[in-house]
Design a protein. Structure first.
Lengths: 212, 85, 376
């Protein structure tokens, strides 16, 4: 049964900017990502000390989802198992993989660290968001060279069509050195929410992804 | 011993990414693995890495680990006993 | 809605280069797990199921120039090639999707060159896809230890959605210093071959391997029994990024969803059974909460070690083998139950007709997955 869905909201983080539903919410003049992430965390006003333990990929995904879900009252409207998180990127966890490699490259300074290694899997971003928002539903992490709006539409649509999710957080969370970009979409069924940015369809997904 | 305890607190904050904490917030007598600091199993492993990296000391069994990592004081005691403090 | 059938398959591990060879060695009680002493991989010896580098190299060289492909790629190509040779399905067109399941791909290249293009998993998948002239851009799933099951679930869903008619699923992971050091830092490696669900279990044994399964809407016309890949589900514990939920919340949910959609009683469970104290305990809780504590269950990890991205695929294939041949493999490494909820762990191989197989897994990030394979 084909289910029509809408993009309720979207949040993008890149070039030291945080954009929610097309509006610039926060901008930082200088600084690398670690510094920017720290500022975003402060700006969010949340108290979540675990944030500082995360690697950059998880910080990016976590903070983007934090702003995406703020005031959306997801847990009030959906059971935890009804929400899915489908993410993708190009570099997997390569950014953190290099950090882990650095802890083992020199046999005289061989100190592999569990708090680094645990982040050498991209799907841990999903885990961090799930822990924060008590989300128990479908989760998957795809690796592709570029963001593919048609694939996002096809894959997420069939989750809704088959009643596997009632709500879905999906999008791109990518970081590799100083290059980073996240675009997360909140997708809900038409009729389940009053507001909405656009219909959930490939052209709209693509338009939002490409917004400057 | 005081100096070692202070140094350890700073090292623990760095190793465990407890960015929102200051050394004076950590009670050296208090159990480390209680709700207060929110330490978990990964943190416990990281502390054993800390002992090895900074003090060249290896924890041999998980029982020994539980005793040594009980508090900052017990960690300092372990280091002092092995004459690395 | 159309059914999705399991067509040809392949498993490559130290126990063989085909599914049949692996099964034969497993029935003889053999395991691929050995003590490995290799300073390049680890300063201390460890137990793992590792492929003989020379044998793989020779096998690959018999049909292709090994200089053009990495060890990971050679392994995956050998597996996909053998699986494809076992079917006459036309996989060349736009109705076929290739899905790669892997946690780290060519991660052994990282030390020499952190900027190596082959470190990108989509690039590895593309290289494999091009080798076999698959028309569509491959999909890559990297979901920790549930990747393999997720790849099958995804293939089933996309075929049922009418987007494709066939899916070639490959799951591959190799052992590297990167991986060994990481698991060592978690103190989660076993001393000796792993002992899933056993009282004395003390950790996992790593393994490397590759598995390929072809999914299709076309009936298997070979006369053998037809097995379908049913609906599968993934969930999250929402508890901790490396430790499983103490109440097995996520895995129990995934199993429940499968059971709700399936009319028949579960007859066999292929558990994740990594042999870490926490995982096996959690699984015993999930299985018991689902009311499946009397269902014959095993872990294949005692034969192959934990093959990470390959695990979900090769273990599913052996579940299919069990159904096809009416054989249940014992849970190698197990002798005395060591989980709080008693399970019906298969302790010696037995001949038994089974009509379905529930495959489950859990992984870092709190993820869980379950899928039911059923005779049609």
């Amino acid at each position: 049964m084909r289910q029509t869905c809408i993009i309720t909201s979207f949040c993008a983080v890149r070039d030291n900017k945080l954009i929610l539903d097309g509006k610039l919410l926060y901008e930082s003049a200088t600084g690398d990502f670690t510094d920017f992430a720290s500022r975003l965390y402060k700006h969010s006003g949340i108290s979540y000390p675990k944030f500082h333990k995360m690697d950059n990929l998880c910080k990016l995904g976590f903070i983007t989802s934090e702003f995406l879900l703020k005031d959306k009252e997801l847990s009030g409207r959906y059971a935890g198992v009804e929400t899915g998180i489908i993410l993708m990127n190009s570099s997997s966890s390569l950014d953190t993989d290099r950090n882990h490699q650095n802890t083992i490259s020199d046999r005289n300074e061989y100190f592999p660290s569990p708090s680094v290694f645990v982040y050498t899997l991209p799907n841990v971003v999903i885990g961090e968001i799930c822990i924060r928002h008590k989300i128990y539903g479908e989760g998957n992490f795809f690796i592709s060279e570029k963001f593919n709006s048609l694939f996002v539409f096809d894959y997420v649509s069939q989750l809704f069509n088959n009643n596997l999710v009632e709500c879905c957080i999906t999008g791109w969370v990518e970081i590799n050195g100083s290059n980073y970009r996240s675009v997360l979409y909140l997708i809900e069924k038409t009729g389940k929410t009053e507001s909405g940015i656009a219909n959930f369809e490939p052209a709209e997904i693509e338009k939002i992804y490409n917004r400057k | 011993m005081e100096q070692l305890v202070q140094k350890l607190k700073e090292e623990i904050i760095t190793a465990l990414n407890l960015s929102e904490m200051k050394p004076e917030n950590i009670d050296e007598k208090a159990p480390l693995f209680v709700d207060g600091l929110g330490l978990d199993s990964i943190d416990a492993l990281e502390l054993t890495v800390l002992l090895e990296k900074k003090y060249g000391l290896k924890i041999k069994t998980s029982e020994e680990g539980k005793k040594v990592l009980f508090s900052v004081n017990s960690m300092a005691e372990f280091i002092r006993e092995n004459n690395r403090g | 809605m159309r059914d999705v059938y399991l067509s040809a398959d392949n498993i490559i591990t130290p126990l063989g280069f085909t599914t049949e060879e692996n099964a034969g060695n497993m029935l003889e009680g053999r395991s691929g797990i050995r003590q490995v002493e290799d300073n390049e991989l680890s300063p201390a010896p460890f137990h793992a199921s590792m492929l003989d580098k020379k044998i793989l190299y020779e096998k690959f060289s018999s049909f292709e120039d090994p200089g053009k492909y990495t060890r990971f790629e050679q392994l995956a190509i050998c597996s996909i090639k053998d699986a494809i040779s076992g079917t006459d399905l036309d996989l060349s067109g736009s109705r076929t999707i290739f899905i790669l399941s892997t946690t780290k791909g060519n991660i052994d290249l990282l030390e020499a060159d952190p900027g190596d293009e082959r470190l990108f998993l989509w690039n590895t998948a593309r290289i494999l896809g091009r080798y076999f002239n698959f028309k569509n851009e491959p999909l890559v799933i990297s979901d920790a230890c549930i990747s393999g099951i997720q790849a099958v679930i995804t293939g089933v869903r996309l075929i049922k959605a009418g987007l494709y008619d066939h899916a070639v699923i490959n799951g591959t992971d190799i052992i590297s210093e990167f991986i060994v050091s990481g698991f060592n830092s978690f103190k989660s490696l076993s001393n000796g071959p792993c002992r899933p669900f056993d009282k004395t279990r003390d950790g996992l044994s790593l393994g490397e391997g590759s598995g390929t399964i072809i999914l299709t809407v076309d009936h298997d016309t070979s006369g053998k029994c037809r097995i379908i890949a049913g609906d599968g589900y993934s969930t999250n514990d929402a508890n901790h990024i490396s430790g499983p939920s103490r109440t097995a919340e996520g895995l129990f949910l995934a199993i429940s969803r499968v059971m709700k959609r399936s009319p028949s009683a579960i007859e066999f469970i292929s558990a994740h059974g990594t042999a870490t104290p926490y995982n096996d305990e959690m699984e015993s809780i999930a299985i018991t909460r689902a009311g499946l504590q009397d269902v014959p269950v095993n872990s294949f990890k005692g034969y192959w070690g934990h093959t990470l991205g390959a695990a979900g695929v090769i273990e599913s294939i052996m579940g299919k083998y069990s159904m096809r041949n009416g054989i249940l493999f014992n849970s190698k490494g197990f002798s005395e139950a060591g989980v709080s909820n008693p399970l019906n762990i298969i302790s010696s191989p037995e001949r038994r007709e089974i009509n379905n197989c529930l495959k489950i897994a859990s992984g870092f990030g709190g993820c869980n997955a379950a899928i039911l394979y059923q005779k049609k």
